[in-house]
Design a protein around this ligand. Structure first.
Ligand code: MN3
Length: 211
């Protein structure tokens, strides 16, 4: 019996733009390595396998397009595509939302948008951390732009604002794999520490793209 070679595309792992240790002490190098090299890669491998099984090959060539058109896929493929295209998109954005020596107060258009929708940055941070804490089990908290409005919500598993026509601006991964090695069960501490690595320039870029 010949062995089938698993598909290596069309999706592939984007490289981090910083070293895995660059976000220490807030996020440790080992967590970053496992999270990026193993967890994110697994979503991509599963997504490539799922897309290879779509009848006639999918004409939907981006993970975002797959997520926006799940109802066009065969019913038996929808959940695996939803979970793994979601995982790929969420993580691809997530890596860019962090940087070494990041954090501080937001600047520019995102600062104004946060003030307009949440009152001030401290209130926004509290609401964001609360959403992340209250997500039972694994998931994400995302600030997104939906129909021109800022929306803050948590999502189960690898669901993403894209599924509901939103555009993700700023999000944090609250799966245990994102923080367990350093923070163990203390998700609240991880959520607080994470503000120290936020890349506000990229958040501003995404807000511009959303508008
Ligand atoms: Mn993750």
């Amino acid at each position: 019996m010949t062995q089938q070679t698993p598909p290596t595309g069309p999706f592939s792992l984007p490289a981090l733009s910083y070293a895995p240790a660059a976000l220490e002490p807030h996020i440790d190098a080992q967590t970053m390595q496992i999270h990026h090299d193993k967890h994110h890669q697994t979503y991509i491998t599963n997504l490539n396998n799922a897309v290879a099984k779509l009848p006639g090959g999918s004409k939907l060539t981006s993970a975002e397009a797959l997520l926006k058109n799940l109802e066009r896929l065969p019913e038996e493929s929808r959940m695996v595509v939803r979970n793994n295209a979601g995982g790929h998109v969420n993580h691809t954005i997530f890596w860019t939302l962090m940087k070494p020596n990041g954090g501080g107060a937001p600047t520019g258009a995102i600062a104004d948008a946060i003030k307009g929708s949440f009152g001030d940055f401290e209130k926004f941070k509290a609401a964001f951390e609360d959403a992340g804490l209250k997500r039972f089990g694994s998931g994400w908290v995302w600030l997104s732009v939906k129909k021109g409005k800022m929306e803050l919500a948590s999502y189960p598993y690898q669901d993403t604002p894209i599924l509901d026509g939103g555009f993700p601006i700023l999000g944090n991964d609250v799966w245990e794999h994102a923080y367990y090695l350093k923070y163990q069960n203390k998700r609240a501490d991880y959520l607080k520490a994470w503000w120290n690595v936020v890349n506000w320039d990229e958040v501003n870029n995404r807000l511009k793209m959303a508008r």
